[in-house]
Design a protein around this ligand. Structure first.
Ligand code: 5GP
Ligand code: ZN
Length: 117
């Protein structure tokens, strides 16, 4: 069923505590943890606890939780004292998505080029 934990999903395992992560914030609906391969001094992933394969699927099925993810992304940036930052939702393998559990990248702590390439 949509939203249910998936046995083969890395981020569901992090939500369950079965895979360790450096958690920086947690709410009833979200978890935020440091990316294992950071691309900036601040690189944190904010995920919903429920499983949806990407951000668009999450927003369509559970819009309040999608809003929670965005709110938490801003909270994480503030906690990291990043005044300028980028929130990225890679969607589809052609855009670099490798983990098919919705997640926001929060990137900051250095200058970020635009367009990103
Ligand atoms: P995507 O490429 O799907 O947008 O982002 C997935 C992110 O998850 C990547 O930036 C990758 O470094 C990160 N990642 C992959 N495996 C792990 C892990 O086991 N722990 C943590 N903390 N991050 C991970
Ligand atoms: Zn999942």
């Amino acid at each position: 069923m949509a939203g249910e934990p998936q046995a083969d999903c890395l981020f569901c395992k992090i939500v369950a505590g079965d895979v360790p992560a450096t958690v920086v914030r947690e709410t009833d609906t979200t978890v935020a943890f440091r990316d294992i391969n950071p691309q900036a001094p601040t690189h944190i992933l904010v995920i919903p606890k429920v499983h949806h394969p990407d951000a668009a699927s999450l927003a369509a099925a559970e819009p309040q939780i999608a809003a929670d993810v965005l709110k938490e992304a801003a909270e994480v940036a503030a906690q990291e004292q990043a005044t300028s930052y980028r929130i990225v939702f890679n969607t589809g393998s052609g855009a670099g998505q490798t983990v098919f559990h919705a997640h926001a990248h929060v990137l900051g702590g250095r200058g970020l080029q635009w367009p990103p390439g």
